[in-house]
Design a protein around this ligand. Structure first.
Ligand code: ADP
Ligand code: MG
Length: 228
């Protein structure tokens, strides 16, 4: 199993103002899964995603990433795990505005210590893959929203991560660009990339193989979702 999350709780705040946000959440993810997590605003989706992405830790419960207990990893080990094994895509792209598409995409390879020639080639390959081979030297301000998100996806997959995590990846996009992003996710998943995507949009969620609903911090339903 890739991810094994059992009976996770997450509280924010301190006594006497503890706010319980996630309650007894369990989630098992195998290689090749494509899971959508749906739920209303404030239901705990981003909180759960941050825990899955090892950006935050649960207050209680166990989380095994490839059979390794992340509660036993220190912050450095956790940041290595994030860098090498997890790709992140956010609603607002999080691109560096002063850098070109190619430079943005190559960034994770700088952290990984890959030399410049390899970085550049790999960045071109991955921009090709997301259909942006003719936008390599463009800066974010010269790209449409959908193109920016595809640059962000290229950056997220350049390290061949074990899992791609996307928090409202179509939230800032018009319908046509959102559809393109969903088509890209589908083809990445067909190639074997494991994906967990958060969305409040049922249309977007319907592209996943499995849909989980989170309401008020609890997963209330686990049904096989619509396929394209
Ligand atoms: P969603 O992504 O589903 O909209 P979030 O996970 O962002 O929901 O938030 C769930 C709940 O947790 C909300 O009530 C929010 O106010 C609260 N929350 C989120 N982050 C924090 C934080 N850092 N400190 C305190 N409360 C938080
Ligand atoms: Mg959120």
């Amino acid at each position: 199993m890739l991810l094994n999350i059992q009976n996770i709780y997450k509280n924010y705040g301190k006594e006497p103002m503890i706010v319980p946000v996630l309650k007894d959440v369990s989630l098992e993810v195998v290689q090749g899964d494509y899971i959508a997590i749906m739920g209303p605003s404030g239901s705990g989706k981003t909180t759960l995603m941050n825990i899955i992405g090892c950006l935050d830790r649960a207050s209680l419960g166990t989380y095994l990433f490839e059979d390794e207990d992340i509660s036993e990893m220190n912050d450095d080990a956790l940041s290595d795990l994030r860098l090498n094994k997890i790709g992140f895509v956010f609603q607002n792209f999080n691109l560096l505005s002063s850098e070109t598409a190619q430079e943005n995409v190559a960034l994770p390879l700088i952290y990984a210590g890959i030399d410049k020639e390899k970085r550049n080639q790999r960045a071109i390959d991955v921009l090709n893959k997301v259909g942006l081979q003719d936008r390599i030297s463009f800066k974010p301000s010269q790209l449409s929203g959908g193109q920016k998100q595809r640059v962000a996806i290229a950056r997220a997959i350049i390290n061949n991560p074990k899992i791609l995590l996307a928090d409202e990846p179509t939230g800032a996009l018009d319908q046509a660009s959102g559809k393109q992003v969903m088509e890209l996710f589908k083809s990445l998943n067909d190639e074997g990339v494991t994906i967990i995507m958060i969305t409040h949009d049922a249309n977007v969620a319907s592209h996943a193989k499995k849909i989980l609903h989170i309401i008020d911090g609890e997963i209330i339903e686990n049904k096989q979702g619509g396929v394209l």
